[in-house]
Design a protein around this ligand. Structure first.
Ligand SMILES: Nc1nc2c(ncn2[C@@H]2O[C@H](COP(=O)(O)OP(=O)(O)OP(=O)(O)O)[C@@H](O)[C@H]2O)c(=O)[nH]1
Ligand SMILES: [Zn+2]
Length: 375
């Protein structure tokens, strides 16, 4: 019976009625032996997956027995993209030996998606789309240096909106704290309950480590802010290339890519793991008493920013809670742009309720968004 053999939910496979005559779901193998993996890198149709199947030795936590397999998409996935952070079901040769090729037959429902900004690569049709680049992230680490290059709050604001929209917690990581004070940046965000950490070359990174433990954290930041330096300190095995800041800024990366790096294991008895104010990331595996998943950092070297074309003007406001009250008296359907004669935000700012730079930033995002390509 066809119905009985189906093991896919509708999210995984669309059973196309009518025009499509291929009885795909009836002939598909069951893939009972599929094992779970986590996509850590994507390169030209090949997916690098770490086996995270509970039945697999060395899982979770990247033990010595951990296997990394190369996989391709099974045809039955259709056009569904597979991105870094996806949890997938793998069949075929999952031995992980050189040359072995597994197949991804299922993608687990995503808890979050981050899309890269539409103009990352204007030279191709694909590059003009807001493609999903990272799935299942639960934290967006916005890396900004306090000097050299100076902080760009417009960029931070954009990332905050992307994070709130995707339901991902933001963490502001202010680097080069040895070169400048964070006061101006923190003042700009005074009205937001924005968690932040300060990083300098001599910081021990204990606090950062705690905030990353057991979670999937995406790092984003401009070139030269010290992202690679930080990743190398957190994940020494990653060996990310550290560049030098050039006056004109470096050319754009030619390809957009993301890669997930496993954080080194932390131990239950690490001092201060339950520091006040730090949400319990749930690293204790109480059910099995097994090893702790240390978490992942997703580095996004080719991603300049995250797309907001799909975010409504009202949702954009989530990144600007200090402005929300100022819109309450706006006319219905007010777009809150500078062109709206009756928008109340100008008066809200003029009477000192919010920083004018915040309104300017909000309006810049509104304007940039309308230039984005809708997916
Ligand atoms: N003073 C100071 N310099 C730092 C700090 N962190 C990084 N740097 C320096 O800043 C420069 C850029 O660092 P990277 O780690 O390459 O920056 P990045 O963000 O990875 O830049 P891309 O690789 O271009 O994306 C290097 O010369 C680092 O040594 C810091 O906390 N303080
Ligand atoms: Zn308005």
């Amino acid at each position: 019976m066809a119905g009985k053999r189906r093991e896919y939910d509708e999210e995984d496979v669309r059973v196309r009625p009518g025009r499509s005559s291929r009885p795909r779901t009836r002939t598909r193998p069951r893939h009972e032996n599929a094992i779970e993996g986590f996509v850590v890198a994507v390169d030209r149709g090949r997916y690098t997956c770490v086996i995270t199947d509970p039945a697999d030795p060395g899982v979770p936590g990247g033990g010595p027995d951990e296997r990394t397999v190369t996989a391709m998409r099974a045809r039955e996935l259709g056009r569904k993209s597979v991105v870094v952070g996806d949890r997938v079901a793998l069949v075929g040769d999952t031995s992980g030996v050189t040359g072995a090729l597994a197949r991804i037959v299922r993608i687990a429902e995503r808890t979050s998606v981050l899309r890269r900004t539409a103009d990352d690569d204007e030279s191709t049709a694909e590059g003009r789309l807001e493609r999903v680049v990272v799935a299942n992230a639960d934290q967006l680490v916005i890396v900004s240096s306090l000097a050299d290059p100076p902080p760009r709050t417009g960029f931070i604001d954009r990332c905050l909106v992307a994070a709130y929209d995707a339901d991902i917690e933001p963490l502001l990581c202010l680097t080069k704290a040895d070169l400048a004070t964070p006061d101006a940046v923190l003042d700009y965000y005074a009205e937001l309950d924005l968690p932040y950490v300060l990083v300098r070359p001599d910081s021990d990174l204990e606090q950062v480590g705690q905030l990353l433990a057991g979670r999937i954290s995406v790092m984003v930041g401009h070139s030269g802010v010290g992202k690679s330096t930080l990743v190398n300190r957190l994940v020494p095995a990653a060996d990310r290339a550290v560049g030098t800041v050039s006056a004109i800024g470096r050319g754009r990366h030619t390809s957009t890519s993301a890669v997930a790096l496993r954080l080194p294991a932390r131990h239950h008895d690490d001092a201060g793991v339950d520091a006040p104010g730090v949400a319990d990331p749930g690293v204790d595996d109480a059910t099995t008493g097994g090893p702790v998943d240390p978490g992942w950092i997703v580095d996004t070297p080719g991603v300049r920013s995250f797309g907001l074309a799909h975010v409504s003007a009202e949702s954009l406001l989530h990144g600007f809670p200090d402005l929300v009250e100022g819109t309450l008296e706006c006319p219905v359907n007010c777009e809150h742009t500078a062109n709206e004669a009756d928008c109340k935000l100008d008066a809200w700012v003029a009477s000192g309720n919010a920083d004018p730079r915040r309104l300017a930033s909000y309006r810049r995002l509104l304007a940039s968004r309308s230039g984005d390509v809708e997916q």
